[in-house]
Structures are given as C-alpha cells and as structure tokens.
Design a protein around this ligand. Structure first.
Ligand SMILES: [Ca+2]
Ligand SMILES: [Ca+2]
Ligand SMILES: [Ca+2]
Ligand SMILES: [Ca+2]
Length: 378
C-alpha cells in the first residue's frame, strides 16, 4: 500500500527557507511576505538530515551519530505520483501542516504528528503540488491545487472550498484535454497589493484569476502545458510577470516552430517583448527566477522535457533538432545570458534584502546560486 513518510519536521530549526516551484521562500515574515510555500520531497530528506545531525557537529560527535529514524508512516490509499508535499503553517499556530494529494483525487492535510486534519476530494487525480498562500491578508493561509478534473480548487485553512470567491475554477479545455497537471503559482500581477492565482493546463490554456475568483486573463497555447509558472517582477515595474514553459506543436497558423516555448507574460496577460523563447524541446521544466548577472534585474532559467526525440526519423515525435540536454537562461528582455562558465571567477552575490529593486529576486537568487555552484564546482 502506498505510504507517506515524514520525519519530525517540527523539531528542526532550519526551516526558515523551503524550496518551491518558483524559488526559495522564507516561511515567516520576510521579503516574501506572500509566503508561497510549495515544497518538494527534497524537503523531507533535508529535514530528516537536519533532524539527525547536530547543529554544530564536531569530530568527536561523528562516532555517535545514528542513522535517520522513521517518525511515522501514514497510508493514504491512492498512489502519490507527481504531487509533492507542501509544508505550511496553515493556521499560524506555530506547527507546520503537510499538504499532499493522491491519484484518487484526495487532498490530505496532516499535522506534524501524522494525524489527518482534513481531506478534500477533487474530481480527478491530483498531480499538481498544492500552493499555500495568504491571498487575502487575514493571517490564515489559503490552499490552491490543480486536478485532472480540469479545475483549480481553492480551499481555506480548514479545507473548506472558497466557494464565496467562486472556487473551484475551470482552467480550460481543448481537444478533449483539461487536466491541471501543473502546480498553481501566485503573484501580484496588477500591482494592486493582492494576489492573483496562475496555472497552466493540459487543456492548452494558461489562466490567471484574481483570488476572489474573477478571471484576470487567459492565453491559448494551442498545446499542452506541463510547466508550473513562476511569478516575479523581472522588469522592476512593480507588477509581477508570469514565466512558464509550454509544448509547441508548430502547426499551421501557429507562429512558432515545433518544439517548446518559454513564455513571459506581463501582468495583464500580454507577451513581454522578446518572448516567448523558442526551445528545441518541450518545456516541462518550471522556470526559476533570480539575478544571475548582477544587473539588478531578475533573470529566468529553465530546463526542458522529453517529448520530441531525434533518433528515429519517421516517428510522429521525431524532430531533428530536438534537444533536452540544456538549461537556458534569459534576461527580462529575452536575451540569452552568457554561458555559466563565463561566470567562473565572479562572485555571485545574493541580492541584499531591501536593496533597490532586488527584494523580489532574493529567494530565487539563492537557489540559482546553488545551481551555479553545482555547475561550476567548488
Ligand atoms: Ca499549524
Ligand atoms: Ca487568508
Ligand atoms: Ca493583484
Ligand atoms: Ca513587472
């Protein structure tokens, strides 16, 4: 039977930042007060590690370090396939809750001790990773998650549908597809101080709603969208842009060649100048945002996917130029950044909290720095 295992994340003290689809965000008050907190399974491993090793290990302690200990196991019925757990203190009581959805369409909210606090059933498998965010500023987090039923479901911290705001919202359909496989994201797209909710869908649409439910805008991609969006103010105009990858079928009446696309939308849904970028492979990867070249403007980094292949001519998925082996980095104008090795020897400073125009890049900047450190080596 499928199981979910979790370590004692409420014991460890280093959960100030947790990774999300769109970067690293602080859990508590800080530059990212919006608190978008979609987590990944990596968190569990990290937490397990931190819960096992002392804060200040020294050689003498190495001999007594024991292995990771299993804290609890919770059967959740259906398979957990692509949905990653999200860790968030939904009720702000100082204890972190766990959100995770299964293939039977059931979303679980679990307390740190492994007790199920509530469940919510959607109308299809949940592959999307839940997003927890305080979209109305009342101190309690709201939860948004996609489902194969074609909807983005909005819930309050107790798992009750935000029906008074019009949730769940249908994310569009085309050619019989409607699955919201990607994870939602949020940003202040119109600069009015509250959050909009953005998602892509296998139903070929990218959609943004005001959190109260009204449609902000919707874009037809003419192909499936697997990528989860990143929302960030990359041109520093005070409004968040939406960066998201997409498949590109390249058919007639479609302006871009077969392969993939990386979009950057202005907050009103119009395309940023210089975007979309055409990529020689589908873009199932989700963009990360951070200031790579220290010019003050956040940059956009993304990987690809593996739909097209270039080894067997004649197959429907054959594409001679298909390539899923690169990471791409662009600035806010859509210009390619220099290759990573050209940064070798440079000191990649984290954007300073409070620095001019850089606060929104702080989380992503740290994540990108880690990626670059991996690329460049010590
Ligand atoms: Ca809590
Ligand atoms: Ca709230
Ligand atoms: Ca807004
Ligand atoms: Ca902007």
């Amino acid at each position: 039977m499928p199981i979910l295992w979790v370590s004692a994340m409420n014991r460890q003290k280093r959960s100030t930042f947790i990774p999300s689809e769109t970067g690293w965000f602080p859990m508590g008050p800080g530059p990212f007060k919006r608190g978008v907190v979609a987590a990944s399974g990596l968190v569990l491993a990290v937490i397990l590690l931190f819960s096992t090793f002392p804060d200040h290990p020294h050689p003498a302690s190495c001999a007594v370090i024991s292995g990771p200990s299993l804290k609890w196991v919770l059967p959740v019925g259906g398979m957990i396939k692509h949905c990653s757990p999200t860790l968030a203190d939904l009720d702000r009581d100082g204890r972190t809750e766990i959100l995770v959805g299964n293939y039977d369409g059931l979303l679980f909210c679990i307390d740190p001790g492994g007790k199920v606090l509530w469940t919510y059933r959607t109308g299809g498998p949940i592959q999307s990773t839940p997003m927890a965010v305080d979209c109305d500023g009342d101190g309690k987090l709201e939860v948004f998650v996609g489902s194969y039923d074609g909807y983005v479901h909005g819930l309050d911290w107790q798992g009750r549908p935000l029906s008074h705001w019009g949730w769940p919202k249908f994310a569009g359909t085309a050619f019989g597809r409607k699955e919201v496989f990607p994870s939602p994201s949020s940003g202040d797209l119109d600069g009015d101080g509250d959050l909009e909710i953005v998602v892509g869908s296998w139903g070929h649409y990218i959609t943004a709603w005001h959190y109260q439910g009204p449609l902000a805008w919707q874009y037809y991609n003419a192909d499936t969208v697997w990528s989860s969006p990143a929302c960030a103010d990359i041109d520093l105009d005070g409004k968040d842009e939406v960066m998201i990858g997409a498949d590109c079928w390249g058919g007639s009446n479609w302006p871009w060649p077969r392969g993939g696309l990386l979009y950057a939308f202005k907050g009103n849904g119009s395309l940023m100048a210089g975007y979309p970028k055409t990529i020689p492979q589908v873009v199932w990867s989700s963009p990360a945002v951070g200031d790579l070249n220290q010019d003050g403007f956040p940059d956009v980094v993304v990987g690809t996917g593996h739909f097209w292949q270039n080894t067997t001519p004649g197959l429907p998925t054959y594409l001679s130029y298909a390539d899923g082996k690169h990471v791409y980095a662009f600035n806010y104008r859509g210009e390619s950044l220099p290759l990573a090795h050209q940064y070798r020897g440079q000191r990649l400073l984290l954007p300073r909290p409070g620095g001019p125009g850089r606060r929104r890049a702080a989380g992503g900047g740290e994540r990108l720095q880690r990626h670059l450190a991996l690329l460049l080596g010590p």
